[in-house]
Design a protein around this ligand. Structure first.
Ligand code: 5RP
Length: 219
């Protein structure tokens, strides 16, 4: 199976986890796009969606799915999103698409986070994928210096602005042995809006697309 076929398979499997008559949290990226397409097929069975990016909101609306403001939603039973890397403990690196902050917010509200990913995303140790950090533009150089002190090599994502009007630093060369600790250290750097390290609020379920079928891993 190709990587796209694996992404499609996990997107289809995720639909089984969507309760009838609920509002669905929807992530960002190519795997999430497959999920949005599947959601379109059952749109009459859901009450709407909350999107983690403007791009996902647009795709949902095109399919005729109502997109609600997170502030107007008190209960979000499920959030479905992809990942750039994920461990067997369901800690993740996210933000390859630059939507990490809104993804983190929607994930925080959701009762259940279902990660959908093809087998290439499963790793023993996080960090080969450069860790995205959303930063307030005027703090970019300061935050970069702090990241160097932590052993990383930050690179500005050139020409990219987040949906929140900020910049992204992609941090290379981190071997993330203690994701929880690193996440709280990063959160304490002034100027950091959010990091793409999802350890404190990791996934609850991983639907992993592999050649032998979709595997389910839980926390
Ligand atoms: C976007 C994300 C995505 O979930 C992540 O980049 C995975 O994307 P894809 O499904 O295209 O591989 O965090 O900010």
């Amino acid at each position: 199976m190709t990587q796209d076929e694996l992404k499609q398979a996990v997107a289809r499997a995720a639909i089984e986890h969507v309760p009838i008559g609920c509002i669905v949290g929807v992530g960002t990226g190519s795997t999430a796009n497959y999920f949005i397409d599947e959601l379109g097929k059952i749109k009459h069975k859901i009450d709407g969606a909350v999107a983690s990016s403007d791009a996902s909101a647009q795709r949902l609306k095109k399919l005729g799915i109502e997109v609600l403001e997170l502030n107007n939603v008190s209960d979000l039973p499920v959030y479905v999103d992809g990942a750039d890397e994920i461990t067997r403990h369901l800690s993740m690196i996210k933000g390859g698409g630059g939507a990490l902050t809104r993804e983190k917010i929607v994930a925080a509200v959701a009762r259940k986070f279902i990660c959908i990913a093809d087998q290439s995303k499963l790793v023993d140790v996080l960090g080969r994928f450069p860790l995205p950090i959303e930063v307030i533009p005027m703090a970019r150089s300061y935050v970069a210096r702090e990241l160097v002190k932590l052993g990383g090599q930050p690179a500005l994502r050139v020409g990219f602005t987040t949906d929140n009007g900020n910049v992204i630093l992609d941090v290379h060369n981190l071997q993330i042995m203690k994701p929880l600790e690193l996440e709280s250290t990063l959160n304490q750097i002034t100027g950091v809006v959010a990091s793409g390290l999802f350890a404190r609020r990791g996934a609850d379920v991983l639907l992993l697309g592999a050649d032998k079928g979709v595997q389910t891993l839980t926390r």
